[in-house]
Design a protein around this ligand. Structure first.
Ligand code: ADE
Length: 235
């Protein structure tokens, strides 16, 4: 892999990466700022996509078409869907599903996009395994999980929604961009992984502290992505 695209939905999810980077050019397109340069020895393009799946998918397509990235890494925060996965912990995607796609009336499983030949979008196995190993090194106090991530254009904090995502998809965490990135990457045959640190439990618990947890979780994910690029450079 020669050039990696790194997407975060919000500024807090990419800010520190941009600070660490030797930026050689900043290109604006689709109201996004693509920062190209060297991050931890590896050629990279870092960008804030904006929140939700369409922004994330548009961003992914631009990274592929205009910057020729060989792989895409999504960094950010997510709500936990598993009692063992605590605030701060890391989840790395095995696969990604849209939890708000529903064509059940026509016989499709919940989450299945009609007339597409896949149900879930598979993350790159080798990249995900490497990321998990790097996480254990750079975030030793945090648990790291590999599992399904679900995405929808909604912040999940209602018990019945949380229960539906667990029962229907057996997902490890929920967020708002991963499936848009995964689908766009899949359509283009570009490998991807989604890396998320847990900022909340996808319910109303601890929401008073959400702003603090969000910043801390974003930093955990960034630390991992930064170190992962250092590892990829060595190959
Ligand atoms: N991102 C962080 N927490 C989330 C949640 N509970 N639902 C959707 N996206 C999130």
């Amino acid at each position: 892999m020669k050039k990696i695209g790194i997407i975060g939905a919000m500024e807090v999810e990419v800010e520190a990466l941009k600070k660490d980077m030797q930026i050689s050019s900043v290109i604006r397109k689709a109201q996004m700022e693509f920062c190209a340069g060297i991050l931890n020895g590896m050629e990279a393009v870092v960008v804030r996509s904006g929140v939700c799946k369409v922004n994330a998918a548009v961003c992914t397509q631009i990274l592929i078409d205009d910057f020729g990235v060989d792989a895409i890494i999504n960094t950010g925060v997510a709500g936990s869907l598993n009692a063992d996965i605590n605030i701060g912990d890391i989840v790395i995607s095995t696969d990604v599903v849209h939890h708000d796609v529903n064509a059940v009336t026509f016989g499709y499983a919940p989450g299945q996009i009609p007339q597409m030949n896949v149900f879930s979008f598979q993350a790159d196995e080798a990249l995900a395994e490497k990321a998990a190993a790097v996480s254990r090194k750079v975030n030793p106090s945090l648990q790291v999980f590999r599992g399904r991530i679900v995405s929808g254009d909604q912040f999940v904090d209602q018990p019945e929604v949380k229960k539906r995502l667990i029962d229907t998809y057996h997902a490890f965490c929920t967020e708002m961009e991963g499936a848009g990135i995964a689908q766009a990457a899949y359509l283009n045959g570009v490998p991807f992984i989604i890396i998320r640190a847990i900022s909340d439990k996808a319910d109303q618990s601890d929401m008073m502290d959400y702003p603090v947890f969000e910043v801390q979780a974003a930093q955990h994910s960034i630390r991992l992505v930064n170190a992962l690029l250092g590892e990829l450079k060595k190959r």
